[in-house]
Each structure stands twice: as C-alpha cells, then as structure tokens.
Ligand binder design. Structure first.
Ligand SMILES: [Zn+2]
Length: 128
C-alpha cells in the first residue's frame, strides 16, 4: 500500500512503521524530529537513528480546537483528537494518541490516516 507521508523525514521506514531521530556523536542526546544540530550541546556531528517503536504514555491531553498553522484542518472539518508525549526511552516524542489512553500505558507506533490519504503517525495502547 502506498502512503503519502505528512513529512518524509519523520520516518526511517513505514512497513513496519519506524520513526527517525538523530543522535549526537558527542553527548548521545537523541532528538525527534531529527535535528542537524544537537539540542543538548549544539554539536553538529549527528546521525540519523531509528527510534524504538514501543514506549509509555508520559502525559496526554485532548486537542479540542484546531491548532494554528502549519496544522491543516482535514477537508471534512476539524475533529478533536488526543495528543501527548510518549517516552521511548532515549527521547520523548510528541504524538497523536489513539485513545483512550492513561499515563503509563504501554503504546506502540502506528500509521494514522490524517486526512484522505495523508499518512502520519500515532501511538496506540498495546492490549495485554
Ligand atoms: Zn550533543
């Protein structure tokens, strides 16, 4: 299945989905999205690394109004969604959450249809 990705650079792969971050060669700080300059020490020797695909919900909230641009509301209109941070170990990732979720829930990465074939990502609860 072909995906039109919301942003190519976010992904290390899509089958199965894996997010791409960056890892600093000086201080080992991992960033997402991948950065060309380390947010920890401002070093410029960074490499792209695949991120873990499982983590835990660090915190979450309901997004009940359309965010400001560059967010684009779906053509069918804005629908509230759940957003939060997922602790992947080396990095916290801001993400859509496929609810309902609670803080501490184990979640895994999934592709998410954002709007008529535009594919993004989200994390959904791993059923025990
Ligand atoms: Zn660094």
């Amino acid at each position: 299945m072909a995906h039109v990705l919301v942003e190519d650079g976010l992904f290390a792969g899509t089958d199965p989905p894996v997010l791409a971050g960056s890892r600093c060669s000086s201080c080992a700080t991992v960033a997402f999205p991948a950065a060309s300059r380390c947010p920890g020490c401002a070093g410029t020797v960074v490499s792209r690394v695949p991120l873990p695909t499982r983590g835990t919900v660090w915190t979450w909230t309901d997004q009940r109004f359309a965010p400001r641009p560059p967010y684009h509301s779906p053509v069918d209109g804005f629908e509230p969604f759940v957003v939060g941070y997922v602790d992947l170990g080396p990095v916290l990732v801001e993400s859509r959450l496929i609810g309902p979720v609670s803080i501490g829930d184990e979640v895994d990465l999934r592709l998410l249809d954002l709007d008529h074939g535009i594919t993004g990502f989200g994390f959904g609860r791993v059923e025990p």
